[in-house]
Design a protein around this ligand. Structure first.
Ligand code: SF4
Length: 223
């Protein structure tokens, strides 16, 4: 990235970081995806029980390799042998020391916005794990909650439906069916079993200061 562009972007990211701090979340700036792993490492202790939601951003930063280092009690749902074992890991996440996830959007006011189908991810962000680490590329920054809603309906859910082989309108057409309505609401969407937009979590000012740590990266990550 051009150096001037990088400097301007860093200013924008840091401004969002100040708002996150005002909302009682910790904030860390990472210039590149490569810089994320050392920050995550510094936020965990050896022996911590750690798990995470499905996150393309996290994978792009090489966090799975860190968790597989043997230094942590890693609850890895990819090793589960059955649906029951996956569900057990979802429930164990509530008593984990650390939960890692991305965010679907972060507003310029320092509010996290997440939409979930299974909802294990948003449940753990809201309550349970002692510490929550959010990893997000700068592409997740949006002006406000309305823009966050549109971001999910155009940039997050459609590729996620393709990734997860969910048969939805957006997987076929590239955007949410609700956007055809002029006054679409956050909860508007498709019908059918494939829908991944079921529960909506807005994380504003936190009661438990520092529980949520947000790392914003000066590169595009995930979707
Ligand atoms: S409600 Fe359905 S069509 Fe709309 S974004 Fe979510 S999964 Fe896609």
């Amino acid at each position: 990235m051009n150096e001037n562009k990088k400097s301007a972007l860093k200013l924008r990211i840091n401004a969002v970081g100040e708002k996150l701090k005002k909302n009682n979340m910790e904030f860390y700036y990472a210039e590149t995806a490569k810089d994320v792993c050392p920050i995550v490492e510094s936020l965990m202790k050896e022996g911590d029980t750690v798990t995470h939601g499905g996150s393309v951003s996290m994978a792009e930063c090489g966090i799975n390799e860190l968790l597989n280092s043997g230094r942590y009690n890693y609850l890895d749902r990819s090793k589960a042998q059955s649906r029951e074992e996956v569900e057990e890991i979802y429930r164990k996440a509530f008593s984990a020391d650390v939960y890692i996830s991305s965010a679907n959007a972060i507003t310029e006011d320092g509010v996290l916005y997440n939409v979930d189908g299974n909802s294990n991810r948003i449940a753990a962000i809201a309550f349970g794990p002692a510490s929550v680490i959010i990893i997000a590329g700068y592409n997740k920054i949006v002006r406000d909650l309305k823009a966050a809603e549109v971001r999910v309906k155009t940039e997050a859910a459609p590729p996620n439906c393709v990734r997860l082989s969910c048969e939805t309108y957006c997987a076929e057409k590239g955007k949410c069916v609700s956007l055809s309505k002029a006054d679409h609401q956050m909860s508007d969407g498709c019908g059918g079993d494939g829908r991944i937009c079921c529960n909506y979590l807005i994380s504003a000012q936190q009661r438990h200061k520092g529980r949520i740590k947000v790392i914003i990266v000066g590169e595009e990550l995930g979707f």
